[in-house]
Write a protein that binds this ligand. Sequence first.
Ligand code: 8YV
Length: 315
Amino acid sequence: MARPPLLVIGRYPDWDLQPMRQDFDVTQLAGPEEIAGLDAGLRGVVRAIAYRSQRRLGGAEMDLLQGLGLVAKFGVGFEAIDVAAARARGVRVTNTPDVLSDDVADLAVAMLIAQARRMLPATRYLRAGRWAKEGPVPLAGTVSGRRVGIVGLGRIGRAIADRLTAFKMEIHYHSRAPKPVPEDWRFHDDPVSLAAAVDFLVVAIVGGSETEGYVSAQALSALGSEGIVVNISRGSTIDEAAMLDALEAGRLGGAALDVFRGEPEIDPRFLKLENVLALPHIGSATVSTRQAMGALQRANIAAFHEGRAVLTPVV
Ligand code: 8YV
């Protein structure tokens, strides 16, 4: 039997491409803007897209594929896909939640501790030979027992909070509504009052237009000159210009950031700041998690083609 066509958009390692090629007749594109250049015959028969691009997939692109029924996103975040346009066209959208939560939460905790304890400046000091010449590094801040605020207590936010309870931290959070949590966790109904109540602010909300600049200049100012912000969500969720101004002026203590606006091109101002720990979006970047994400994406595509319910729908 002929293998059904599959449009694969974005870069994938061989461990994903091989199984996709085994089950499907794969056409690979670098980005959604290349869909228009595909042969009209192929555009008529493609039913599913394996999507791994940060570029926008909107209604106009979906309309170029008359038989489209599924966009299976690699990654938990799906803000690159116009889900309203998909819904209006009866196109399902799936993502890859849960399988990455532990890795992302581990990284958030590592970033928080690294930044509070000033591990990066300390290792730079050591490597520059300054320890022997100048003596010990300046003292840093404590983590255990202090107050942390989680913006967005979804799967990842919850995994981060659970880990931080082991550090005897006081847990505060903000989400659309209070969640079933241990009774000593404190809910805040806006991000500014959350930031004002804590020493560390960890941003774990979804990206997209609804959360654009959600952590505002006011929230950063409420966090203050001793406060540290950690972002493992999307660069868009923080008012980045206000954060840079505050970091440069010492009005914000520090930032540990895995995500940036316009990444991988990041604002060069970040690179000059000693109080910034910057990482190249590595939250889910481990072999086992990336393999699990690929497997879940393929399981969604297989279910769709076999007429079964998709596993992890967002639409
Ligand atoms: C990945 C992510 O970097 O899941 C997400 O939404 O941001 C990350 O896990 C990305 O999806 C890899 O393509």
